[in-house]
Write a protein that binds this ligand. Structure first.
Ligand SMILES: NC(=O)c1ccc[n+]([C@@H]2O[C@H](COP(=O)([O-])OP(=O)(O)OC[C@H]3O[C@@H](n4cnc5c(N)ncnc54)[C@H](O)[C@@H]3O)[C@@H](O)[C@H]2O)c1
Length: 263
């Protein structure tokens, strides 16, 4: 006997999946047999990633509530159902300073994507899932910052909100057999063209091309597994939560962080 993650017959939307962790999630869900819809605010990366994965492409800005509603209705029309939504789209717009110095616009622009976007997409998805009556999976990409602050008021607060929204959704949607869970990456290497592979932490540079700051280096040094996470390591946990193997899991928070939160 063997155990497999089987998503055949399921349609999955992954927001912010033009690159990074989202693209890895789209790839792994596709490998598990799902009919995957790659979606990103960037139409070019949406099309390119979808083509690479042999998946469908749907450019979408998650901060546009009307566009979200119509995209999700269209998915149901075109595919017969929406069974899985992975709310992955998220931004980090820099530290911005302590609260006394933080520009309000910087705070609001991050909240718009990281919190409003998850709300709009979860609401639209829950509505169509309830109507279809076949249950469903809502998977929110949170962060270790959901429970352990450290990168600034805006991002820390946004990811805490994502975690608590997930738990409320679990409470409200359980009676429809719709589960809601949070998967929380720790420091995860998101490769960009020209980046070195994340083998040697000392030599690694972030996407800006500047040397890693002391703060980031010391955070990595604190990780019990001693290295950056890989995007597919986040995606594998998402695939489990999306699958029938996780049928009794809801309101859960999975930190995929190499053990960082144990310290
Ligand atoms: N990489 C990490 O170390 C890490 C750690 C913890 C949590 N996360 C979370 O994982 C998720 C993915 O992050 P990533 O590291 O892959 O980042 P990334 O920047 O590589 O990918 C984010 C994607 O979201 C898209 N996006 C941005 N705004 C959008 C919008 N309004 N509508 C739709 N798409 C939009 C971007 O175009 C991009 O493709 C985010 O929610 C992030 O907060 C990442």
């Amino acid at each position: 006997m063997s155990l497999t993650i089987d998503l055949n017959g399921k349609t999955a939307l992954v927001t912010g999946s033009g690159g990074g962790i989202g693209a890895a999630i789209a790839k792994v869900l596709g490998i598990a047999g799902a009919n995957v819809i790659v979606s990103d605010v960037n139409p070019t990366t949406t099309e390119e990633t979808a083509a690479q994965l042999n998946a469908k492409a749907l450019p979408l800005d998650v901060t546009d509530s009307e566009a979200v509603d119509s995209a999700i209705s269209q998915i149901v029309k075109d595919n017969g159902s929406l069974d899985i939504i992975v709310n992955n789209a998220g931004i980090y717009n820099g530290y911005g300073g302590p609260i006394v110095d933080l520009e309000r616009e910087r705070f609001h622009s991050l909240m718009k994507v990281n919190v409003d976007g998850v709300f709009y997409c979860s609401q639209a998805a829950a509505r169509v899932m309830i109507k279809a009556g076949n249950g469903g999976r809502i998977i929110n990409i949170a962060s270790t910052q959901s429970v352990s602050p450290g990168v600034g008021v805006s991002y820390d607060s946004s990811k805490a909100a994502v975690l608590q929204m997930t738990r409320t959704l679990a409470l409200e949607l359980g009676k429809y057999d719709i589960t809601a869970n949070a998967v929380a990456p720790g420091a995860t290497w998101v490769a960009a063209p020209g980046d070195p592979p994340p083998i040697d932490i000392e030599a690694a540079v972030p996407r800006t091309g500047e040397p890693l700051g002391d703060q980031v280096a010391s955070r990595i040094a604190r990780i019990p597994l001693g290295r950056w996470g890989k995007t597919e390591e986040i995606a594998n946990v998402v695939a489990f939560v999306a699958s029938p193997l996780a049928s009794y899991v809801t309101g859960a928070y999975y930190n995929v962080d190499g053990g960082w939160l144990t310290l």
